[in-house]
Write a protein of this length. Structure first.
Length: 92
């Protein structure tokens, strides 16, 4: 079942986000294998990222291998707060 993940990164900037996307090789607008949808927005406190993945396990593996290491590398020190939601339906 697809899962939606809300991630809030306090204190993070769009410039840091852009660096992470470049490190992941996603500058062409694609998404990694297992991901269905992705968006990011600046908030008063930092950044909010919302993803939809085919499974929670695929997301967690990607987060461990890329999101965590790359965000720390660009200076985002705190872990994001995350909320997981089972997706009932998605349209594209």
């Amino acid at each position: 079942m697809p899962v939606a993940i809300e991630m809030d990164f306090p204190g993070a900037t769009l410039a840091q986000y852009d660096e992470v996307i470049e490190m992941m090789g996603l500058t062409d607008g694609g998404v990694p294998p297992g991901a269905i949808f992705h968006w990011v927005a600046e908030t008063p406190d930092g950044l909010r990222v919302v993803d939809v993945w085919e499974t929670r396990e695929q997301f967690e593996q990607f987060a461990e291998e890329q999101i965590g290491p790359y965000t720390r590398e660009v200076g985002i020190e705190s872990e994001p707060t995350m909320k997981f939601h089972d997706v009932h339906n998605h349209l594209s």
